[in-house]
Design a protein around this ligand. Sequence first.
Ligand code: NAD
Ligand code: TYD
Length: 340
Amino acid sequence: MSWTILVTGGAGFIGSNFVRYLLREYPDYRVINLDKLTYSGNLNNLKDVARDPRYEFVQGDITEESVVLPLVQRSDAVVNFAAESHVDRSIADPGVFLRTNVEGPRVLLEASRESGVKRFVQISTDEVYGEVMTGSSRETDRLAPRSPYSASKAGGELLVQSYHVTFGVPTLITRGSNTIGPYQYPEKVVPLFITNALDDRPLPIYGPGTAVRDYIHVVDHCRGIDQVLHHGIEGEVYNIGADNSVNTVDLASAIVDYLGKPRALLQHVQDRPGHDQRYSVDSGKLRKLGWSLCYTFKDALEETIRWYRDNREWWEPIKKGEYARWYDEHYKIHETPHES
Ligand code: NAD
Ligand code: TYD
């Protein structure tokens, strides 16, 4: 089998890791990466594969039909990573989230329906279940998103499901948990905390820091997506999680401890509005397809810390540009200390 895979959002964090993964694992595959290069898209994430003859980059927007259709027509499968992905930005400016995360899938689905692709994989998130204070979400649980980000991702998913039911598009949906590893834009908590700690800057912890997330290494997430792409049942949804529950204070403490920095860097700031206190997914359905984790949480975090420590040239320019404006503006809102 020799497939051409259209990866959208392949210049972002998980997408770039997935492109690299596909080229490594499937020597006969070709990969087309369609990415708009928004603030979080970065061609430096794929420098090592840029000259691979099996890889092609196209700069473009998934909401533009004239860009999308010819690329889908050349592809056997579509894997849609392209998204606005940060909860805090969705609170500041929800409009672009609806456009990219809902209208984007519609355009990709229309093109896929017309061209008859073999697989359409929508990369979604455990956040569509909303806050889950006990137990772990299963794929059949109701969707109860609570942020503009997760609401837009749930909207995108529902549209994907509707194209399967109504038009028979061979869709699959993955709901991954909080992902960590190399090339993650440093607005997300793990690279934010690591890079701030490396620069001896405070680690801003929202509220009491008791909110819990399940952190998965990006390679384990990519392996799960691969399993679903090749072996998932059409029309189905698959959770991809790592079975850990780590709160923000413990996360920040582990990072400063590993780097030998003082715990005094932990700084409680005003909470995020509507802050989901816990996510947890049951990945039993994916495990039945033959997937299992390679990383423990400790290994995943420590490897990630070492990558940021050793790759300053990747993140320093990012933190100076658009990011610096975002950071100053955003953390101004959070600068009121949290009162416990
Ligand atoms: P990211 O922000 O690092 O990357 C998103 C990529 O999409 C960027 O390269 C950006 O340029 C591109 N993009 C944005 N709008 C576009 C558009 N209109 N057309 C074409 N390209 C566009 O995000 P990420 O963390 O890699 O997340 C990738 C996907 O995985 C998203 O769909 C996200 O919802 C999902 N997800 C992320 C996590 C996580 O922890 N990061 C967890 C579960 C699911
Ligand atoms: P984040 O990486 O934004 O992912 P999510 O989409 O799951 O919210 O945040 C992860 C957790 O870390 C979440 O509970 C919010 C918290 N957090 C902070 O405490 N401070 C920060 O500066 C950020 C960005 C997140």
